[in-house]
Write a protein that binds this ligand. Structure first.
Ligand code: MN
Length: 190
């Protein structure tokens, strides 16, 4: 059920993206993935594994390690767990057409007492990332909760908390941050 929208938008005979199977939530630390996606508008897809699916947000400017940056994050449809290591080119004319690389991935853990599912429902998720590029404590806050305009209802903010990993000089366009952490590919070459 949670993957219905994901599947409805795609033709799996024509796109290399995974269809996804049923997954039970793992007992180990959950994983997160951030995919850099060269679609009609370049963006970063931020995904947290919660209850066996990748709960997903499109972040136009990408995440930031600077606590002063509040990054707009638009909630999108849940993706299957198999999407976590998907890299490739979604064909022209298909939903999300363009190249995808795994920009960062790793484990994450909740920073709050509440279950992640409950934090998601309440619209405030506090977590610590253990990634290659992103580390430390973050929050996702649902700001569009009471919005009457549908497009605003999906609005969240992704913000870095102040901790030892925070970096006010951090910039996502830094060349050393460009590559896939899985294949070393960039969006523009090879
Ligand atoms: Mn995307």
């Amino acid at each position: 059920m949670p993957l219905e929208e994901y599947r409805r938008k795609r033709k799996f005979s024509e796109t290399p993206e995974p269809k996804g199977r049923k997954h039970t939530a793992a007992r180990r630390l959950p994983m997160f993935v951030i995919q850099k996606h060269d679609a009609s508008r370049l963006h970063y897809d931020f995904r947290l594994a919660i209850d066996g699916v990748l709960v997903s947000w499109a972040v136009p400017k990408g995440p930031s390690m600077n606590p002063a940056d509040k990054r707009l994050a638009m909630r999108t449809e849940d993706h299957p767990m198999e999407y976590g290591d998907f890299e490739g080119v979604i064909p022209e004319g298909h939903y999300g057409a363009g190249k995808v690389i795994v920009w960062d991935t790793g484990k994450y853990e909740s920073d709050a007492e509440l279950q992640l599912t409950e934090q998601l429902v309440r619209g405030e998720i506090k977590f610590t990332l253990h990634g290659h590029k992103l580390r430390g404590s973050f929050v996702l806050i649902h700001t569009g909760k009471r919005a009457t305009v549908k497009s605003r209802a999906n609005q969240w903010l992704l913000i870095k908390h102040r901790d030892e990993h925070a970096d006010p000089t951090w910039h996502i366009e830094t060349p050393t941050l460009d590559r896939s952490v899985l294949s070393r590919a960039t969006l523009h070459a090879g």
